[in-house]
Design a protein around this ligand. Structure first.
Ligand SMILES: [Zn+2]
Ligand SMILES: [Zn+2]
Length: 274
């Protein structure tokens, strides 16, 4: 077996080792919360018809994202900064570089989350227009729940989250921010997809909530073309796409793409078959 294949296998093992305990914790948390505060009268997540599809994405996505992120960071350093030596490369990314890396780590983490969210807001809007066929996979969940959070087409991951991470790390922010940003993103993305009726009251303008993001997953007529922000609804408020009707909860998700296969292989080839 080649060295590269060996390394990818090793990474797969390490990632799964990390993902399993996190998944068990999220499953426990959201099962208990949904028991008391369900948004919709739906079957529990473990009885979802497309559970296997979501579980495969759940484990596939972190490994894929990690491999592609490292690959793009290496290519980016070579193309933009002409760094081709392995030791130089490690030193370059180790603690960030340039003025951004001089800020305290908490400030870098905050900057990372805010800048990433701003870029992702506009990319998300692009995915709802020109790049819809790739994003349709994410919107195909009819039984929306916390485990639906990882259902993304690889092209959506590359042009969305991964490219934004790479841009910010290349700009000099220290990869050490990931120690805080990573767990926050995993928990928060599971949270906004969870079957919960939480709006967080006045904080609905500050942080994306399950009701906020579940509105985004409804059909166009029900207000689906709104709430594009991942973390901060501020972008939707500023750019006129915020929607949180009073005394009303979203229901009926993912009906826009009737031809979408329910298993992962069909979903992966879906954008290329039209
Ligand atoms: Zn969307
Ligand atoms: Zn979503």
């Amino acid at each position: 077996m080649s060295n590269l294949a060996m390394e990818v296998l090793l990474m797969l093992g390490q990632t799964i080792e990390k993902v399993v305990p996190v998944t068990i914790a999220l499953a426990l948390i959201f099962s208990v919360l949904a028991h008391f505060w369900a948004c919709n009268d739906a079957a529990p997540w473990w009885r979802k018809r497309e559970l296997v599809t979501d579980i495969v994405y759940w484990f596939f996505v972190p490994v894929f994202a990690r491999v592609i992120r490292i690959g793009l960071l290496v290519v980016g350093a070579s193309l933009v900064f002409h760094i081709n030596d392995a030791d130089e490369l490690i030193a370059f990314y180790d603690n960030g570089h340039g003025p951004l890396s001089q800020l305290p780590l908490w400030a870098q983490a905050l900057l990372f989350v805010v800048l990433a969210d701003f870029m992702l807001y506009w990319l998300h809007r692009l995915f709802h227009r020109e790049l819809w066929k790739y994003h349709a996979v994410h919107h195909s969940s009819e039984e929306l729940d916390w485990i639906s959070a990882a259902r993304f087409h690889p092209i959506n991951l590359i042009i969305g989250t991964i490219s934004v991470d790479v841009i910010l790390l290349m700009a000099g922010i220290s990869p050490n921010v990931m120690l805080w940003v990573g767990p926050f993103n995993i928990f928060h993305s599971a949270f906004v997809h969870a079957n919960l009726n939480w709006t967080l009251g006045p904080f609905k303008y500050v942080l994306a909530t399950p009701v906020f993001h579940r509105w985004h997953h409804t059909a166009l007529e029900a207000g689906g073309n709104t709430n594009f922000a991942g973390t901060f609804p501020l972008w939707d408020i500023l750019f006129g796409t915020f929607r949180m009707p009073e005394n009303e909860l979203p229901e009926n998700y993912g009906k826009d793409e009737a031809a979408m296969p329910s298993e992962i292989v069909g979903q992966l080839v879906f954008p290329f078959r039209r």
